[in-house]
Design a protein around this ligand. Structure first.
Ligand code: ADP
Length: 263
């Protein structure tokens, strides 16, 4: 517990000369650990009271109520549901931040996973008239942690649905090449100005607060995507043009793919 954590940096000057700088980052690491523990504990503690509130609201809404009370109760239920989503995203994010690698890896059939994600996205997109297309190579499984990858991929797909005005076109693809496995989500929606791109995966960073709060997200979606991918040795790239649309792509190293045995 009392050990010192040092960070080393080596600078090469040519002719074999090197400068080694050691920085004591013990305080920094401890503070970060305290922050992570606090968020995890606070989220955990908020969970039970929220479940109780939601349960009672549901029971009350089943009764005969006057219009104004029913309206107020419905609003309370919507907000309680938002808080539940926020708490579960906070818990997931703190779990993802707690370690740099996944503990165990399972072969995941991405084709099957995408079928369920697209099905959910179609329900979410029902009143917007979007066209969603998807293609998924079935030759390889991806080695990884299913819940984390499901969260990452569904966040990208649901964002495409939420940040596209009516009758948008959303294309989802999973394919392999010599560099590895690639998952991409392309939309022709609102797009994002380039100044925002480098900060999008920060917790609660939003391009337009007004626009985002009405779409029902928690502000943690892309932070979850980034951490989940990082733990799989994968990386995220974002290309976007305001008014034209966005392309979010995840790149997985070859080592994370495993050929599906044909029976
Ligand atoms: P949330 O959507 O809950 O606000 P996210 O972390 O998922 O949080 O996304 C961060 C921000 O990135 C969003 O608020 C939105 O401004 C922007 N964004 C994400 N995906 C898209 C997209 N497909 N098109 C346009 N903007 C997007």
């Amino acid at each position: 517990l009392n050990e010192t954590i040092l960070q080393y940096q080596i600078t090469e000057f040519g002719f074999g000369d090197r400068l080694l700088v050691a920085r004591d980052i013990t305080q920094l690491v401890r503070l970060e650990q305290t922050r992570q523990d606090f968020v995890a504990n606070a989220s955990h503690e908020l969970r039970t009271p929220l479940t109780v509130i939601s349960g009672y609201l549901e029971t009350f809404l089943d009764q005969e109520l006057s219009k104004p009370i029913a309206r107020a109760m419905t609003q309370m239920q919507i907000q309680a549901h938002r808080m539940e989503n926020l708490v579960s995203d906070l818990l997931l994010l703190s779990r993802l931040e707690a370690s740099q690698h996944i503990a165990d890896e399972n072969p995941i059939n991405i084709h099957r996973m995408l079928r369920t994600i697209v099905h959910d996205a179609e329900i979410l997109a029902a009143d917007k008239g979007h066209t969603i297309t998807w293609e998924a190579d079935e030759e390889y499984d991806l080695l990884g942690q299913p819940q984390e990858l499901h969260s990452a991929f569904s966040n990208l797909v649901f964002n495409a649905v939420r940040y596209s005005p009516e009758r948008g076109q959303i294309d989802i693809r999973w394919w392999m090449d010599q560099q590895g496995g690639h998952f991409s989500v392309k939309d022709n929606g609102l797009g994002i100005e380039s100044i925002h791109l480098s900060r999008l995966t920060e917790r609660f960073y939003r391009v337009d607060e007004g626009r985002s709060s009405s779409t029902g997200g928690t502000g943690l979606g892309l932070a979850i995507v980034k951490h989940a991918l990082y733990r799989h040795g994968a990386r995220l790239t974002i290309e976007s043009q305001p008014g034209k649309g966005s392309l979010f792509s995840c790149h997985f190293p070859v080592e994370m793919l495993t050929k599906i045995a044909k029976s």
